[in-house]
Design a protein around this ligand. Sequence first.
Ligand code: SF4
Ligand SMILES: [Zn+2]
Length: 417
Amino acid sequence: MEKHHKTGDIVYIFSFCQYNTLLDTDALIRGFRPYAKTLPAPVSFSLHHPDQPGESGDSIQLPPIPQGLSVIPQGDLCIYKQDQYNPLKMNPISPEKPLACWKGSDRFEEEVVSTLTVILKTAGCTWNRCRMCSYRNVRFSTAGEEQSNDLILGQLRWVKANQRLDTVDMVKIYTSGSFFDPREVPPEAFEETARLFSGKVVIAETRPEHVDRDRVAGFISHLDSARWETPLYVAIGLETTNDFIREKCIDKGFSMAQFQSAAGEASRGGAGIKAYLLMKPPFLTESEAISDMKSSIQAIAGTVDMISMNPCTVQRNTDVERFWKQGAYRPPYLWSVLEVLRDSPVYVGCDPVGGGHARGPHNCGTCDYDIVKGIRDYSLSGDHALLDSLFHTSCHCKNEWETVLSLEKPYCMPLTR
Ligand code: SF4
Ligand SMILES: [Zn+2]
């Protein structure tokens, strides 16, 4: 690639990964810097989002890779010289590649295991309403079941060809909706996913209404190699155990009772259950958000197999983004995240996506990096003492956080019209 660049070129970085582009553009550019150093001539660079050139949220389209340029090995980025980038000439996204696919590590059964995360592009979420979610905008909007099946099989082939699955213990599968919804993941693609990841622990995310014991058992029959006691965990974005907050602040569209019923179905089908919690949806004060997470964790600790807490982020084209732009929403302080994790009676995983940035959980900008890193370290080690020491780090913004906790008032809306 080097021969394509000369001093003064502007290099456009085009991210294929909706997940990253939504939030962490600074991190992407930081990640690009080491690569830029390998170029023979200094260049400046700029990052472009799939949704910036004027596409509607429903069909994100990407430009073709110009001849002679290649994709950076991590698979998320494509690089263009200034004169080769023309956002007006777009080709449809390559159907053979998942929305995102990366390797990492996770804590599982008190150990650190190697993980592959795959975000499959599907026909999309049938609920499509949660206030903080922009995944629902990423879908093959016109695909029928047969075409959907082929498109997912193509993405699985890509994973098989491009990832060393023999080095992976756990696979986390997300779609732009629910993996267990047969309208999103038709039976053939569903079974093929289980076969491809046979011998791994799979965590697959879905809404509760799609969890059916026979479908769960069917998946396990193709997945299980007797290596793991529980090879499948059904992951559900419960968000909070408070039905009022889930309905009014998130518009999630299911109740705690439905979650419990789905957990029962998953268990009868032979799967474990993982709950995702959402810290600080809109309309809650900082202090209310902390209380909501503390009581949610207390309520489900011991009844689910895994809990992961997601501090809310401001994703593009969402209600949350609209409120944020009006100054009516702020993502949680990292101090609040620490406070909840420290208080938890059980291990709760947390990856503060977008941590330290305005769109993600953040403090003052000075202490953010160390705290985000510390929370990620804790998520792997489970070392509670680390949380305590991070919480007792001194920074001037801790006073600000304490003041917010004591003074911030809930929205004062009229109760009648
Ligand atoms: S159910 Fe999940 S994918 Fe669907 S809109 Fe809500 S958060 Fe997004
Ligand atoms: Zn600070």
